[in-house]
Write a protein that binds this ligand. Structure first.
Ligand code: PEP
Length: 247
């Protein structure tokens, strides 16, 4: 049995003070199912978030990390610092980072390996563009991205990895993949992982992300391959995020 995960990607929203206010609201949510809940504020807001979440059922995640331990990498944050702030998960390879900040399969892989070596759990994002979907190459694209991200990850480490399938055309657009399509693509990702890791593929959680919200969460979550959601916009609104959490 894979434990479902509902993770909120706050993107570049919520100052430290606003983070405290939103987390104070989110902590009031009664988690009625077994979902593991994660929130990923901006890097500068993590310092404020850590103490608020201490002892709560909500785990802290980051939106990015560097693959080196320390050094001349102006503007970056390392794994050790995130861990000190209470971070347990980190989103890697989000399509916005691939599109605007030069993230590649190679850097996603380096970051995945560094996180696993140092004890942070990566949430690795993969997903096809609209053009790739229209060409009918969704499965090829997401399976290649997945295998590239996992290159060098041991069987033991695999259990700490979470994959998020996020069709780029569905992110922030209000267009969601149908539950059946999302389930089929996630099934293809799991088969690709099985080719390398055998039965361990059954243990890895694969989330869906892309305009998932309070209205469509329960249908998406009823699919057998979908182990959770990575939620952008709806994770910033407590009433909506609560409904997603208790899908
Ligand atoms: C995301 O940014 O990971 C995301 C899924 O955003 P949204 O839910 O707003 O589409």
């Amino acid at each position: 049995m894979r434990r479902p995960m509902i993770a909120g990607n706050w993107k570049m929203n919520k100052t430290p003070a606003e983070t405290v206010a939103l987390l104070t609201e989110l902590k009031k949510i009664q988690i009625r199912n077994k979902a593991e809940v994660v929130v990923c504020p901006m890097t500068v807001s993590l310092f404020a978030a850590g103490p608020i979440l201490k002892g709560s059922d909500i785990r802290l995640g980051a939106q990015n990390v560097h693959f080196e331990d320390k050094g001349a990498f102006t503007g970056e944050a390392n794994v050790a610092s995130l861990k000190e702030l209470g971070v347990q998960y980190v989103i890697l390879g989000h399509s916005e980072r691939r599109q605007y900040f030069g993230e590649t399969d190679e850097t996603v892989n380096k970051k995945t390996l560094k996180c696993l070596e140092k004890g942070l759990k990566p949430i690795v994002c993969v997903g096809e563009s609209l053009a790739e979907k229209q060409k009918g190459i969704t499965n090829e694209v997401v399976c290649l991205q997945t295998k590239a991200a996992l290159c060098g990850v041991s069987r033991m480490q695999l259990e700490d990895v979470v994959i998020a399938y996020e069709p780029i055309w569905a992110i922030g657009t209000g267009m969601t993949a149908t539950a059946q399509d999302a389930n089929a693509t996630i099934g293809a990702i799991r088969r690709a992982i099985r080719e390398v890791y055998g039965d361990m593929a059954e243990k890895i959680r694969i989330l869906y992300g892309g305009s998932m919200n309070d209205k469509n969460a329960s249908e998406l979550m009823s699919q057998p391959e979908i182990d959770g959601g990575l939620i952008g916009g709806a994770s910033l609104i407590p009433e909506k995020f609560e409904k997603v959490i208790n899908y």
